[in-house]
Write a protein that binds this ligand. Structure first.
Ligand SMILES: Cc1cc2nc3c(=O)[nH]c(=O)nc-3n(C[C@H](O)[C@H](O)[C@H](O)COP(=O)(O)OP(=O)(O)OC[C@H]3O[C@@H](n4cnc5c(N)ncnc54)[C@H](O)[C@@H]3O)c2cc1C
Length: 396
């Protein structure tokens, strides 16, 4: 069994590690000439950490990451706090693993290291996928440089603008959501003492929200600020922005938010793309994984976590299967994953209104809104099913 993976992001590498661990041969074809991730943070909830532990990277990653005490809401203008949920020990008691906040390059690097431990030459850089062809006996990944690689399975883990997905299902590139997200990393020591906390905060207000959490043993504060009703005139999905531009997007917000913008050494802005879940991922010997399969708005912080879950479930479905059994195994993989990932995508989209509601305009109206939308019972309904999932043992 030889699996070809297009894309060496978090999802592609997690899948490669999971497959190699099960004794299945893998080659990963990554378009970039250097393996790297965005210099930003990522939240890895217990369901993701359970998989990372099964892949042998959890302990190393935990040593580099943060395990915040809690998540809380803050009101955009007054800063009034509102509890979301306890993290730390409570999450471990409930779900078996912590909720970590991680520097993306640390996660990506740990996965790449694990893949290379299992197969030193598994990752091929500077290899953009351009197309594919399949027949009864196998599948071919066509690379942009004209080479054609043959294997038993092809997995498109090539992100939100997936060539594999577009080849299977026609061009369906995601649409700009009208939301722009600002990202920066602020050295913790620059922040005023009251802001140097190990807490995940979501500042919510009419039309926008700001997420902050600590990274790398609290040396860094991750800043992610989203505003809707924006236009996007840049050619790529991200572009550098200025402090003035970001301050103007968040004019009138709490002084702590403005302080973080002013103290950001640099600010990058991202056009947030979204797309409805698709009905099918698999054709014959080819399937999809991660953002290629279920691109999502990041408002449940589950896109990468679900791509990691995909990889392990995929490996479980392919384990012990002969080449002739690949199409059926990929159907089992899709059947095991599609309902959960579609629910996650819809849930993330639904959070847009909950984070950006006009009801948040004054403290009085916000109080009522938070009581109805963000009290303990709806929070449990929205998040418990995500964190409780066990990709290692879920029926396939
Ligand atoms: C602001 C923001 C915050 C987020 N926060 C979180 C969070 O806290 N927690 C969470 O779980 N998720 C989060 N996400 C979502 C997460 O980043 C994505 O879901 C995740 O990166 C998807 O991983 P992937 O491997 O599927 O795709 P990608 O990370 O996009 O990787 C795809 C890889 O394929 C390569 N590639 C592309 N085209 C080709 C080609 N033709 N041939 C070969 N290689 C190709 C790319 O270079 C890349 O290396 C966030 C997203 C954003 C935008």
């Amino acid at each position: 069994m030889h699996v070809l993976i297009a894309g060496g992001g978090i999802g592609g590498l997690a899948a490669a590690a999971a497959l190699l661990q099960k004794g299945i041969d893998v080659d990963v074809y990554e378009q970039a000439t250097e393996l790297k991730e965005v210099g930003a943070g990522i939240q890895i909830s217990p369901n993701g950490n359970r998989v990372l532990d099964a892949l042998g990277v959890f302990q190393n990653l935990r040593a580099l990451s943060c395990d915040p005490e809690r998540k809380e809401f803050r009101l955009w203008n007054t800063g009034r706090p509102w509890p979301m949920f306890s993290l730390g020990k409570t999450v471990v008691e409930n779900y078996g693993y912590p909720y970590l906040t991680v520097y993306r390059p640390d996660l990506h690097g740990a996965l790449a290291q694990r893949v290379r431990e299992l197969k030193p030459d598994a990752i091929h850089l500077g290899c953009p996928a351009a197309g594919l062809a399949q027949d009864e006996g196998g599948v071919q990944l066509e690379l942009k440089d004209g080479r054609s690689i043959r294997g038993d399975v092809l997995i498109g883990a090539d992100g939100v603008r997936s060539v594999v997905r577009n080849t299977l299902w026609g061009p369906t590139n995601p649409e700009f959501s009208g939301m722009v997200t600002w990202r920066s990393l602020i050295p913790m020591e620059l922040l005023p003492a009251h802001m140097q906390v190990s807490v995940g905060s979501t500042w919510i207000g009419p039309g926008g929200h700001v997420v902050t959490y600590p990274l790398q043993k609290s040396k860094i504060m991750n800043f992610v600020a989203t505003m809707e009703g924006r236009s996007w005139n840049h050619s790529g999905g991200s572009a550098p922005g200025t402090t003035e531009e970001c301050l103007s997007d968040f004019a009138g917000w709490h002084e702590d938010v403005l302080t973080m913008i002013r103290l950001s050494p640099s600010l990058l802005k991202w056009a947030l793309a979204c797309r409805d879940p698709i009905a099918q991922w698999t054709q014959g010997r080819v399937s999809l994984l991660g953002d290629a399969a279920h691109a999502t708005l990041p408002f449940l912080a589950q896109g990468a976590v679900h791509s990691i879950e995909d990889g392990l479930v995929l490996a479980r479905c392919l384990e012990g299967v002969a080449s002739t059994g690949v199409p059926a195994a990929l159907q089992r993989y899709e059947a095991a994953r599609i309902e959960r990932t579609s629910r996650m995508v819809r849930g993330a989209t639904a959070n847009t209104e909950r984070f950006h509601s006009k009801e948040l305009v004054t403290e009085e109206r916000a109080e009522k809104y938070l009581q109805s939308e963000w009290s303990q019972s709806p929070i449990f309904e929205r998040y418990d099913w995500l964190y409780r999932y066990d990709a290692v043992n879920t029926p396939i």
